[in-house]
Design a protein around this ligand. Structure first.
Ligand code: MEV
Length: 432
């Protein structure tokens, strides 16, 4: 079935109707969606088997980003995030990108790095040479430790020894992890090869662990947004395009701004990472290390004008998996993977990176025009209304009242709720 991620009016539906619409678009039984996400996707008994000292579970909103088109195909991107505006903004920006042909993404093979540290190496240059001379033997030794991965077409591809000075050496094993995130596989390889690497180096083995700077597993995304699609109420498309380019240049010159620029990108990307049960700390550490690779912290996504288009380019290391990890036990994460409907871990990474790019575009478009607070506060008012005690239809009513008053506080929400109750009690009874 060819998916369509364009669902106009989706946001206006009730939660139950959204589930039905998503189920239909994805070809998933709605009862399966309900069962997977109803209680946060993880029963307490299961949670107790995942980590230690469990006293409960902790839910976050599970939503979907619409309009996402990557390499000509539609994806409904699962997003788990607590921040208002992020999902709506990503869907909205993805729609603009769609007008220019969608996101064009490509990715490296899913290569992770296993590091073996060596200390007290008497002759670093000689040790590097010996290790490289024994590359085939070491690769075979590493592969022997991960037979399942080799059967699935992955395994150790190459090695690299680097002299770090002062008798310290590091040997990298480049492991193709196929559809796994790969941390366990890579750590297994590192431990399996360490003794032989030690022998060859004449030194002493230190750490044996993956590197989260997975710069051999990068995703690159570009998009071309027609200027007219950027138009807002008060600004024409050309003004918005130029404002976004100026915002990009600001981030390229200033690490303080680059950090916030990248935070906006990670808003969307992390939400997909979390919804699919992936390790967002690994993704975050890799992304920011990569952003600082040239010695100064830089934006991961940059924007330029090209005639009547705004052109975005993103490059990011991304270690995501579609097999193993929490998806084995977490019903919500398993459903997130089904919603994402990516054929491989690499495709999932391309979708997640595209949603990140959409979030970045949405944030810059708002910042370059009216600022983010107006839209943000309108949504924030809903959370405040709930904190003030509103439930059901009253949430929207209270949110509108306190937003209109410009007093988005829990006290104002309580007062608005009390006023609504008084108004309801004093209303004449409906006529027969
Ligand atoms: C807020 O979560 C993200 C933004 O600050 C990103 C940005 O400034 O580009 C709006």
């Amino acid at each position: 079935m060819k998916r369509n991620s364009r669902m106009p009016g989706f946001y206006k539906l009730s939660v139950a109707d959204r589930r039905r619409a998503a189920a239909e678009a994805l070809g998933i039984d709605v009862a399966e969606i309900e069962a997977a996400v109803e209680d946060g996707g993880l029963a307490c008994e299961k949670a107790d088997k995942i980590i230690e000292n469990v006293i409960g579970t902790f839910s976050l909103p599970f939503a979907v980003a619409l309009n996402v088109q990557v390499n000509g195909e539609d994806f409904i991107a699962p997003m788990v995030v607590e921040e208002p505006s992020v999902v709506a903004a990503a869907s909205n920006a993805a729609k603009m990108v769609r007008e220019g042909g969608g996101f064009i993404a490509e990715a490296d093979d899913p290569i992770m790095i296993a590091q073996v540290q060596l200390d007290e190496v008497p002759d670093g240059a000689r040790a590097c040479t010996r290790i490289h001379q024994h590359a085939s033997e070491l690769i075979e030794l590493g592969n022997h430790a991960v037979p399942g991965l080799c059967r699935r077409g992955g395994g150790v591809r190459s090695i690299e020894a680097r002299d770090l000075g002062d008798g310290m050496l590091v040997v990298h094993f480049h492991v193709d992890c196929r559809d796994a995130m790969g941390a366990n596989l890579v750590n297994t390889v590192a431990e399996a090869v360490a003794d032989r690497v030690q022998e060859l180096s004449g030194g002493r083995t230190g750490l044996r662990i993956l590197s989260n700077l997975c710069d051999r597993r990068k995703v690159r995304v570009t998009c071309r947004v027609p200027t007219w699609a950027l138009t807002t109420d008060g600004y024409n498309g050309g003004e918005v395009r130029d404002g976004i380019v100026r915002a990009s240049r600001f981030a390229e010159r200033d690490p303080y701004r680059a950090t916030t620029h990248n935070k906006g990108l990670m808003n969307g990307l992390d939400a997909v990472v979390i919804a699919t049960g992936n390790d967002w700390r690994a993704v975050e550490s890799g992304a920011h290390a990569y952003a600082a690779r040239n010695g100064s912290y830089s934006p991961l996504c940059v924007w330029r004008a090209d005639g009547d288009y705004l052109v975005g380019s993103l490059e990011i290391p991304l270690s995501l998996g579609t097999v193993g990890g929490p998806s084995r036990v977490h019903d919500g994460a398993r459903m997130g993977l089904r919603v994402a409907n990516a054929r491989t871990a690499t495709e999932l990474a391309m979708v997640a990176a595209s949603v990140g790019m959409a979030s970045n575009l949405a944030a810059l478009r708002a910042l370059a025009t009216e600022g983010i607070q107006r839209g943000h506060m309108a949504l924030h008012a809903r959370s405040v209304a709930i904190a003030g005690g509103a439930i059901g239809a009253d949430v929207e009513r209270v949110a509108q009242l306190i937003h209109g008053l410009g007093d988005i506080t829990v006290d104002a929400a309580r007062r608005a709720l009390a006023d609504l109750a008084i108004a309801a009690n004093s209303a004449p009874p409906p006529s027969e």
